[in-house]
Design a protein around this ligand. Structure first.
Ligand code: 4G0
Length: 259
């Protein structure tokens, strides 16, 4: 299979069953089969000392929802830490540092990750303060639990583990790695519903193809995410292309408009 040690991820959750299909299908499933990725799941409920195995309780001070109790969460984290002492302990929550390609690349260089998924209104702050290294958010929205955020993080990080992507693919060639949006892709048939594939892609001229793709990336980024152009590394040729594209977009005259 593979002689490199697997990248280890240990996930602590109240809902371990949510992860099975995502981690078995497609690329992540193959990465695990190849021994590149080792994912463990712990049910935090197993650490509950209450008779009904509750791991949550009402918030002090009142308010809606439930809060995950410090004791089962901290005990689960400490046991996972004994197993993976070098692992970075991450809490998935909306107050965290936002997950980006560059954070994912950084996380892939860690020895291992322990991911804590909060549910309800989150986790007792004392357990977080005692046990968590970093809070990470997948974006500015609230989910019913941290489980989907953990799956997104694992998927995004896994792409930077050597051998997970096919040898043809490079995570550095994708959108955002070069700070730009992707160029459009086409496959067979050459003509679909009367719409042709751009001729340049069938030319076999790799320099022309690369130039066309760069131009398409620049055009898409300028049109859809102009904010990205402020920080993307751009060559003089890129800047010249962007000026041409801007001129093409510019209407010759002010269009007439109502009211
Ligand atoms: C902590 C992560 C966790 C606090 C988790 C909710 C969004 C994200 C959770 C809350 C999550 C994200 C205060 C509602 C669980 N939602 N953006 N839900 N509160 O990464």
């Amino acid at each position: 299979m593979s002689d490199q040690a697997p990248f280890r991820v240990h996930i602590l959750t109240l809902f371990p069953e949510m992860f099975s299909s995502v981690f078995s299908a497609s690329m992540l499933g193959r990465a695990r089969e190849k021994g590149l990725l080792d994912i463990r799941l712990t049910d935090i409920r197993a650490f509950s000392l209450c008779k009904h195995h509750n791991a949550d309780d009402y918030p002090f001070g009142g308010g809606a929802g439930m809060v995950m109790m410090a004791q089962p969460v901290a005990d689960a984290l400490r046991e996972a830490s004994r197993d993976l002492p070098a692992a970075k302990k991450i809490y998935l929550g909306p107050r965290g540092r936002q997950l980006t390609t560059s954070l994912a690349r950084e996380l892939a260089r860690e020895d291992a990750l322990i991911l804590l998924c909060g549910h309800y209104e989150g986790v007792d702050q004392r357990a977080l303060d005692a046990c968590i290294d970093e809070e990470i958010s997948i974006g500015d929205y609230i989910l019913t639990g941290g489980e989907l955020a953990a799956m997104v993080l694992v998927d995004c990080v896994a792409r930077f583990i050597p051998g997970v992507l096919g040898s043809q693919d490079s995570p550095e060639e994708e959108s955002f790695s070069d700070g730009l949006l992707e160029y459009p892709q086409y496959t067979r048939p050459r003509i679909w519903e009367g719409v042709e594939t751009p001729e340049v892609l069938l030319s076999g001229n790799h320099a022309r193809i690369a130039a066309w793709r760069r131009r398409e990336s620049l055009a898409a980024t300028q049109r859809l995410r102009p904010d990205l152009l402020l920080s993307a590394p751009l060559s003089d040729t890129d800047r010249k292309i962007l000026r041409e594209l801007e001129a093409e977009e510019m209407p010759k005259e002010e269009s007439p408009h109502v009211s």
